[in-house]
Design a protein around this ligand. Structure first.
Ligand code: NI
Length: 227
């Protein structure tokens, strides 16, 4: 299940990110890639432990906290510190699946990567190419969103980034361990929650249908969640 989440960052936050990133020192993206993905990854990143990555990472985490759509789509248990990358002309990330286990920087902790997220920091008309291409349950999807918008997709998906042919594509990316690790169960809960939200726009909260659906949602969540 691939979900687009509009306006995770405000335009002022996007501008702040871009201003900080303009002045930052970029390094080869292979620094954080596994042995296999290092061979297919050609981009630039901000070092994870740099002050700018920490400051902007906090900003992104704060923004996630106010997004009900991220909460219902991801059912997050832990979110790794967001990272920042860019693709200049000729840069690309060939097809790969993200690593299943990731270390939390500066701790001995590890998380299971269930969900991959890309938050766009450049508007689509500012670069050519650079689409994120994800093989989803219902076929291949190409994603290229306005700055401030985000896409989340299962980390089990094969995906790649098309070569950038002009301009530069900047973004933030990070992994989430979900309280519900199974993609199909998470997709079902998401559909059900969105259905309940739609019903509640037309029906009172104490309507028997709304009550039954809401009970069903929470009781399914109780069965499937791992904390
Ligand atoms: Ni990836």
């Amino acid at each position: 299940m691939l979900v687009r989440i509009p306006q995770v960052l405000t335009q002022a936050e996007v501008a702040l990110c871009r201003e900080r990133l303009e002045a930052a020192a970029w390094q080869d993206g292979r620094a954080t890639a596994g042995e296999q993905s290092a061979k297919v990854k050609h981009n630039l990143q901000i070092p994870v432990d740099s002050p700018v990555a920490k400051e902007l990472g906090e900003l992104v985490l704060h923004a996630l906290g106010r997004s009900p759509l991220f909460a219902t789509a991801a059912l997050p248990l832990r979110v790794l510190p967001p990272m920042f990358n860019r693709y200049d002309p000729g840069m690309t990330f060939h097809p790969h699946v993200d690593n299943a286990i990731r270390a939390v920087p500066g701790t001995g902790q590890r998380i299971r990567a269930d969900i991959s997220s890309t938050l766009f920091l450049t508007d689509p008309d500012a670069y050519d190419g650079g689409e994120l291409v994800v093989q989803d349950t219902y076929g291949t999807q190409e994603v290229k969103l306005p700055a401030g918008d985000m896409v989340v997709y299962p980390s089990t998906s094969l995906h790649h980034v098309n070569p950038v042919t002009a301009g530069s594509r900047w973004g933030s990316f990070f992994w989430t361990q979900s309280m519900v690790k199974d993609d199909a169960q998470r997709a079902f809960l998401y559909e059900m929650d969105m259905g309940i939200i739609a019903l509640r726009q037309d029906l009172p909260d104490d309507h028997p249908g709304v009550l039954a659906m809401t009970s069903g949602y929470h009781n399914l969540l109780r069965r499937w969640v791992e904390i």
